[in-house]
Design a protein around this ligand. Structure first.
Ligand SMILES: [Zn+2]
Length: 342
């Protein structure tokens, strides 16, 4: 378990939480939002440790950093602390029975000065019945009880749940911070660490997964090169090839977020080059292809293509017809930019 001040790229939320712990005026429910793998759950765990740390009780150490070594801290880390409970989705959902069990459990007061902490990870996975069962406890929590909910976006949760929580947003980790972290952790060279950072989409968990899985970096690097070359070639493709591209993405729909993220990132880099900032591109491994795209496109045509990708991301969030959305996007990515240099 890292320390609060070791949560990569999250200085702002850490400052907010440290401030709250220092004042000891602690809201009874928090909502931590942000993408997967940016430290939301770890921050909730650290908070739970800090509140129950036995070394703190003796007045030692900075008030927001748990010692990580006392009996209580070790129990939180191993998942065995009697008053710190982590609720996670099972089969993609958090059901009402699990929430009822929690509500029953918190009706017993923890002994002494202990604070009960309930962490509901991926709270948007609560079905509406479960969310409604939780509402009353969020509104009038028993004494010495604090809830932490994590979700990607505020809009993923019932407004009635959101309104009862103090909201703290965790941003995607900046690529430079991921790069430094991963270099230290895996002793990668600068070029590879930068590549991992570019592929991590701002998620430390993803970066660790890529750097820690043998062969994964090479596999993804090849996939990125192919994807970027395809993006460049799209406007010269026949219609059937454009639709085949959409179909391939559809068949890989489990990784669709990653594909779209990469396409968006390549297009943004091309836009940076078009705007005269060629030194600052993020995807250095595909620099040549990005430069070729930038040579061919105008700022306007790149903006339209970026818009097409964003539109597809929105369509996915709204559960619209994925295949059709991908086909429309592919057609817009294949638009020829004849205005350039005209
Ligand atoms: Zn401790």
């Amino acid at each position: 378990m890292p320390r609060f001040d070791e949560l990569v790229g999250q200085q702002r939320p850490v400052r907010v939480l440290a401030g709250i712990l220092a004042k000891r005026e602690i809201p009874h429910a928090f909502l931590f939002t942000g993408i997967d793998g940016v430290g939301r759950r770890t921050a909730a765990m650290l908070f739970a440790m800090a509140l129950n740390c036995l070394t703190h009780a003796e007045g030692d150490g900075p008030v927001h950093e748990p010692c990580g070594e006392c009996r209580s801290c070790r129990a939180v880390i191993s998942g065995a602390h009697p008053f710190v409970t982590l609720v996670e989705p099972v089969g993609g959902v958090i059901k009402i029975d699990r929430i009822r069990e929690i509500v029953r459990r918190i009706s017993f007061r923890p002994p002494g000065a202990g604070t009960r902490v309930i962490i509901i990870a991926d709270a948007h996975r609560m079905n509406p019945e479960a969310a409604n069962a939780l509402l009353k406890s969020l509104e009038e929590p028993p004494p010495q009880t604090i809830f932490f909910l994590t979700a990607e976006n505020v809009s993923d949760l019932l407004p009635t749940v959101v309104s009862r929580c103090s909201h703290v947003r965790f941003n995607p980790v900046p690529p430079e911070a991921v790069e430094t972290f991963i270099r230290d952790r895996y002793q990668l060279d600068k070029e590879n660490a930068r590549l991992v950072a570019a592929m991590s989409e701002g998620s430390i968990a993803k970066a660790l997964d890529i750097a820690g899985t043998p062969g994964e970096l090479d596999r993804l690097a090849r996939m990125r090169r192919r994807l970027c070359e395809e993006l460049y070639a799209m406007p010269s493709h026949r219609l059937s090839a454009v639709l085949a591209f959409a179909e391939r993405m559809y068949k890989n729909k489990d990784h669709i977020d990653r594909w779209l993220y990469m396409i968006l990132s390549f297009l943004k880099d091309a836009m940076v080059v078009c705007a005269g900032g060629g030194k600052n591109i993020a995807n250095t491994d595909v620099r040549e292809t990005v430069l070729n795209i930038a040579r061919r496109e105008s700022v306007q045509s790149l903006a339209a293509k970026i818009d097409a990708v964003l539109e597809t991301e929105r369509a996915i969030l709204r559960n619209l017809n994925l295949r059709l959305s991908l086909e429309l996007m592919a057609l817009r990515l294949a638009d020829r930019c004849d205005e350039k240099n005209s």
